[in-house]
Design a protein around this ligand. Structure first.
Ligand code: ATP
Ligand code: MG
Length: 246
């Protein structure tokens, strides 16, 4: 399975009647088993890009090739649970084939056991985000799209969930696209990092992470981050000297 993203542009109409360019050309592919990470400034167009990839927004230039039979799991930036359904019903509605055993395992991992019969209005944002993660995982997706799934969780829980995402990705050949503002999460989970420009977003740099995920211990993570910082400094230096001569 393979995802091909070939966007040539995306604009929104503003309320005042003007147009608002959100995406410049963005092209990349993602293979089964690969985790792509999108990193970019707030408002650059990441969530817009994900909505296009998921087929929720058709008003763009270019094309997206998704395997037609791909099962999709997604966690939106806002958890978007059905307010009149319990936590368990929210997950079961999205994943009707999920077994009791699998559901119990997911609720245990995501520390949701005590909240099964609660309604979304009774949950904190962090809990609601975990339910959204349970729902996405329960689907056993081929394409997993995560828009800042670990935001608003404490460090310890975010770390455990990050490990769970890594386990899920290792267990099944899922194509994963993750948006995060955390370089640490990006480096721990990603196979390829896409650094995006401010709006209209385009890919400034595509950085493969050569070390297998399971071999990335704290020392390896620190070394990769230091390498990225050096690379960014080098690019800024080149930009400055470019400006100096112009
Ligand atoms: N439905 C819409 N109509 C008009 N403009 C929109 C719409 N949705 C998003 N935008 C604009 O498109 C731009 C990109 O928004 P988007 O939500 O994709 O950013 P983002 O990179 O996900 O930001 P963040 O990191 O804050 O989540 C913003 O300027 C936003 O105001
Ligand atoms: Mg967003």
């Amino acid at each position: 399975m393979r995802l091909e993203v070939e966007i040539t542009g995306k604009t929104f109409k503003s309320a005042a009647g003007g147009t608002h360019e959100v995406l410049a050309p963005v092209r990349f592919t993602l293979q089964s088993g690969e985790v792509g990470v999108l990193i970019g400034p707030s408002g650059c167009g990441k969530s817009t890009l994900l909505r296009i990839i998921l087929g929720l927004d058709h008003e763009f230039q270019g094309r997206i090739i998704r395997p037609p039979e791909a099962r999709i799991g997604m966690v939106f930036q806002e958890p978007r649970l059905l307010p009149w359904r319990s936590v368990e019903q929210n997950v079961r509605l999205a994943a009707p084939d999920v077994t009791d055993k699998k559901l119990a395992e997911l609720f245990r991992i995501l520390e949701l056991e005590a909240h099964r019969s609660h309604f979304p209005g009774e949950l904190s944002l962090g809990l609601a985000r975990r339910v959204a993660l349970a729902r996405a995982f329960a689907v056993e997706p081929d394409l997993l799209v995560l828009d800042e799934p670990l935001a608003s969780l404490d460090d310890a829980l975010a770390g455990r969930l990050r490990d769970e995402i890594a386990t899920l990705v290792a267990r099944r050949p899922v194509m994963t696209l993750l948006v995060t503002h955390s370089l640490d999460d990006a480096v721990r989970l990603g196979d390829r990092l896409f650094f995006l420009s401010p709006r209209p977003a385009h890919i400034l740099a595509e950085v493969p992470i050569g070390i297998p995920r399971e071999a990335r211990d704290d020392a390896a993570i620190a070394a990769i981050k230091a390498g990225l910082a050096r690379q960014a400094q080098g690019e800024q230096g080149a930009e400055r000297s470019g400006r100096d001569v112009s």
